[in-house]
Design a binder for this molecule. Structure first.
Ligand code: GLN
Length: 196
């Protein structure tokens, strides 16, 4: 059986994410069929969902306008996995202190947009991530920092600040896990349960 993997394709590296999902599925002995999603109606059929980075204001406006935001919330409420990266995490979290972003409130955390970007626009570092044996090559691009976490698990920190969190079926990263060949974050989000 092939899992239907919805990649929200409003902005960002949706093709790289689709390829990473396929690689992660293979590594776990599963099969996944990525579909690019730009409007409502397909999300309810998806087994797993990915919300990529980009510009969080534009992404959240598109999701609300197209009625996709509610569908994503329903997906997560049904216990199905969502990986939200960078701007995707900004949209998925509780608050980013920017009224132009409409939040899905799926990750019990607040973030600050472009917080790492102010220091260095983009950079790569190797992170210890809970659940991964070897360090993960994480690429940060005008990344948010996670400044307050509520009822969610911090999976990785950088400079003492959380940069990867898990809230039930949702895994959120401040970095871009799709920009290297390493698909282990996608594997963690979609093919390994939180208890493993
Ligand atoms: N700076 C972007 C935002 O705040 C996020 C950047 C990214 O997704 N790489 O929306």
């Amino acid at each position: 059986m092939s899992l239907m993997a919805g990649v929200i394709a409003v902005q960002g590296d949706f093709r790289e994410h689709a390829a990473a999902i396929e690689r992660a599925a293979r590594a776990h002995g599963e099969r996944a069929e990525p579909v690019e999603i730009r409007s409502s109606g397909t999300i309810p059929d998806c087994d797993l969902l990915l919300l990529p980075g980009g510009e969080s204001t534009a992404i959240s406006n598109h999701l609300q306008r197209e009625g996709m935001g509610e569908e994503i919330v329903t997906h997560v409420e049904a216990g199905k996995p969502l990986l939200a990266t960078c701007a995707g995490l900004i949209v998925a979290c509780r608050d980013a202190g920017d009224e132009r972003v409409e939040h899905l409130n799926l990750v019990d955390a607040t973030v600050e947009r472009n917080a790492f970007g102010r220091q260095r626009d983009s950079f790569e570092t190797r992170l210890d991530v809970t659940g991964l044996e070897e360090r993960f090559p994480a690429v940060f691009i005008r990344a948010p920092c996670i400044d307050e976490t509520g009822d969610c698990e911090v999976l990785a920190t950088f400079d003492g600040q959380p940069v990867a969190v898990r809230d039930g079926p949702v895994l959120g990263t401040a970095f871009h896990p799709e920009l290297t060949d390493d698909a282990r974050i996608h594997g963690l989000a979609f093919f390994e349960s939180a208890d493993e």
